[in-house]
Design a protein around this ligand. Structure first.
Ligand code: C2E
Ligand code: CA
Ligand code: CA
Length: 729
């Protein structure tokens, strides 16, 4: 080696070539070394030499040559062992190595490649060709270096961006992916995810189905798609939020062959967004929605109330004397109190959820919010009646006034509540809030710890219905209700066919009230269940008493509300009434309205069958006002139909109702049902119905509903009439 040569042996960064690349030539054959040196130096290379493997390794470490020409068979250490050792060095992993083997020595060639040789040449070496071979090897080394460096840059970029890429072969379904893809999902290279289906299986439900469907659709329509989903990382079981982008690609032939795409871990970004959202929309002290969130919810509620024509209420609350707690016990105590108040509010509102007609509808949801300071707002998303808001306000006032444990002290606060009701008190979010606020100030003026509606009328209406409700409750408890009885007659013979029990209420101040005034209230408040139970027992008992007094047995019909069926075990109540009275069950008839059967057909059939099993009779009340399909009617185990009064009313006039009535009667007879006409007031109506072969009639023509004494008298005179009729025949 010449001294000039060593000068040019400067170190070079990987991927760049020295001006004169250095070739390390290892051979124990001096002649060979010399011949090669001449050829290579002429071709622009610097050459260093070694006589065996051992020396080659030292030379390599010392000079980091750009390429090695390595003889296979040498003393001390052969070429194979030297290559293995060099490949293990970090600087030797990628250096091109040209192995020189004996001619026809196939075994050596194979072995050379196995241990990491880049190429081979057989002896005798053609020294004219050698520099060219070296040249080309160096050139491809540069390409490989550039590729490796770009790969590593890409890998780093993907790692920094938490972005992995993949490609999915649509023919084989195989999936290949970048290193970052594996890191995001928490899978090792070569483990687990080799197909698209296996990838889909990593995704948590319900996202999984969604991604599957989207990808199938995208393949089908050859359109790009993107989607977000969650996976549980297999590295640390953390839940990661992932965004996937995908694009179909065609082969040169035009056939759709690949789906290419990326996945990006957006967990941190999503969490940050959530946090920002929480800060913007929730109150830090109580965790309740803040004013911004409330306004949004209010806007939403307003829209849906307009659309569905429903009512909602805003309750504006202010704690009385909160400032004193803050001043005497400090701000931490104040915060603690606010938190406890918030919790009580939330639980009162949750318990009051039943006031909302459709709890599952997000639009009808109730919201408890803190505006700041000691001001809270409860938004009742849907209310059926203004009293609902009053009831919640009363519960809130009651719940807030229970003493609080704050540290070692016990504190009592009360609240004043103003209520605005949509649509009466405002048409937009601002006026609804303002009305509630104004109402709250009125409430404060008229003494703390109370509630006040914005509008006087509504306030009075709520109070009056509230008190009526309380009255009805006590009327049921104190047995202020009575029964009226209205007979039904058989049209062909005039014989008494049965009697219907109708409830009456004599209110201490309002006087005699008809069911129309209190049954709907009883239904809305659930009091109907208690009321219905009482009617069943009393009706059965009264009929049994009459029978025991010697009257001929006749059926007693009792009305049942659909609320009794949906919210209580009416079969149990009927059974109980029969046992209690000792009445023959065949004499009890239950009247149900068509609407119950229309609400839930299958349930209706079930209930009617259960009634049949008890041995009682059933009839459909107010028939013709609903829209029962005839085929459905056929499946119903009922005994009777009662034609609604509205069809009977104008029968004697030229109204067209006659057609409906004859149709109902014909239909009923075909189905083997008894038909009863209700509300028969005139002889003319009676005669027409009899002409239509209607079976029974009920109405003022025969008798008004009567109390027990009146009915006993009526029965007496009726028997007289019948006896006269019978004897007169
Ligand atoms: P409904 O079952 O259709 O009862 C017949 C209604 O028509 C009764 O009114 C009766 O007084 C009235 N009426 C009878 N004949 C005539 C007539 O010729 N002309 C006219 N215009 N009306 C007649 P009432 O007693 O006011 O009851 C009204 C409704 O209240 C009943 O209608 C029934 O649906 C309900 N109701 C009454 N008592 C009870 C009860 O104990 N439980 C339940 N769930 N509902 C009841
Ligand atoms: Ca009835
Ligand atoms: Ca009726």
């Amino acid at each position: 080696m010449t001294p000039e040569l060593s000068k040019s042996m400067q170190m070079v960064a990987p991927g760049m070539q020295r001006e004169r690349p250095i070739v390390l030539h290892v051979d124990d054959d001096i002649a060979s070394l010399m011949m090669a040196e001449g050829a290579l130096e002429d071709a622009g290379f610097d050459v260093i030499q070694a006589a065996d493997g051992q020396e080659a390794i030292e030379r390599f470490k010392e000079h980091e040559p750009d390429l090695i020409i390595m003889d296979a068979v040498m003393p001390v250490m052969d070429g194979f062992e030297a290559i293995s050792t060099i490949r293990e060095l970090s600087i030797g992993a990628h250096v091109p190595i040209l192995m020189i083997t004996g001619l026809d020595d196939l075994d050596s060639i194979t072995r050379a490649y196995d241990i990491g040789a880049t190429d081979f040449l057989t002896k005798p070496i053609n020294f004219f060709i050698l520099p060219h071979r070296v040249q080309y090897m160096l050139r491809s080394k540069l390409t490989a270096d550039a590729l490796r460096s770009s790969q590593s840059k890409l890998d780093n970029a993907q790692r920094i961006a938490r972005l992995g890429n993949w490609d999915w072969c649509l023919c084989t379904n195989e999936l290949s992916w970048s290193r970052e893809f594996g890191r995001i999902l928490g899978v090792e290279e070569g483990a687990g995810i080799a197909t698209w289906a296996e990838f889909i299986n990593c995704i948590e439900e319900p996202d999984r189905t969604n991604v599957r469907l989207l990808s199938e659709q995208s393949v089908e329509e050859k359109l790009p798609f993107n989607v977000e989903f969650s996976v549980v990382s297999r590295f640390d079981d953390s839940v990661r939020r992932i965004r996937l982008e995908a694009e179909p690609h065609a082969q040169e032939s035009g056939e759709w062959a690949y789906m290419l795409g990326t996945i990006q871990d957006i967990t941190e970004r999503t969490n940050a967004q959530k946090q920002i959202h929480n800060l913007a929309y929730y109150d830090l002290v109580t965790g309740l929605p803040n004013r911004a969130q409330l306004t949004e919810q209010l806007r939403y509620t307003l829209k849906s109330s307009k659309r569905n024509d429903t009512k909602f209420a805003v309750l504006f609350l202010d704690l009385d004397h909160f400032k004193q707690v803050n001043d005497t016990l400090g701000h931490d105590a104040g915060d603690d109190l606010l938190l406890q108040v918030a919790n009580r509010l939330t639980s009162v509102v949750r318990e009051s959820d039943m006031i909302s007609s459709n709890d599952n509808d997000p639009e009808s949801q109730h919201t408890v919010a803190r505006l700041g300071g000691d001001e809270f707002v409860v938004l009742l998303g849907v209310i059926n009646r203004v009293e609902d808001a009053a009831r919640v306000a009363e519960r809130i006032a009651q719940s807030i006034s229970v003493p609080y444990d704050i540290g070692s002290s016990t504190v009592t606060v009360t609240t004043t509540i103003g209520i605005s009701v949509y649509p009466a008190d405002g048409d937009d979010t601002e006026s609804m809030m303002k009305s509630a606020d104004v109402a709250m100030y009125h409430a404060k003026e008229s003494g703390r710890n109370g509630y006040q509606f914005y509008s006087r009328d509504i306030h009075e209406q709520a109070l009056s219905r509230f008190s009526l409700e309380a009255d009805l409750r006590s009327a049921i408890e104190n047995k202020e209700l009575t029964l009226a009885f209205q007979p039904k007659v058989e049209m062909s013979t005039g014989r008494l066919a049965g009697v219907e029990a109708l409830t009456r209420w004599t209110h201490p101040e309002r006087g005699l009230m008809n069911p129309g005034e209190f049954i709907p209230l009883a239904e809305e408040t659930g009091l109907i269940i208690e009321l219905g139970r009482w009617v069943l027992r009393e009706s059965c008992k009264q009929m049994q008493l009459w029978i025991e007094a010697g009257w001929p047995p006749m059926t007693i019909a009792v009305n049942c509300s659909s609320v009794q069926f949906t919210k209580s075990d009416v079969i149990e109540d009927i059974n109980e009434a029969i046992q209690y009275s000792g009445l023959d069950p065949r004499l009890l008839e239950i009247e149900l309205t068509e609407s119950l059967l229309l609400q839930d057909g299958e349930k209706g059939i079930q209930i009617l069958s259960d009634m049949k099993a008890l041995g009682i009779q059933t009839s459909i009340d107010d028939f013709g006002t609903g829209f029962s399909s005839l085929s459905y009617l056929k499946r119903l185990p009922v005994d009777k139909l009662k034609i609604d009064q509205s069809f009977v009313k104008d029968l004697d006039k030229d109204s067209g109702d006659a057609a409906i009535v004859t149709a109902i009667i014909t239909l009923s007879h075909n189905l083997n049902l008894t038909v009863v006409a209700e509300g028969v007031e005139t002889q003319e109506q009676f005669d027409i119905l009899r002409g239509f072969k209607c079976n029974e009639a009920q109405g003022y023509l025969i008798s008004y509903p009567l109390d027990i004494e009146q009915f006993s008298l009526w029965l007496d005179s009726y028997r007289e009439q019948i006896l006269q009729k019978v004897s007169g025949l």
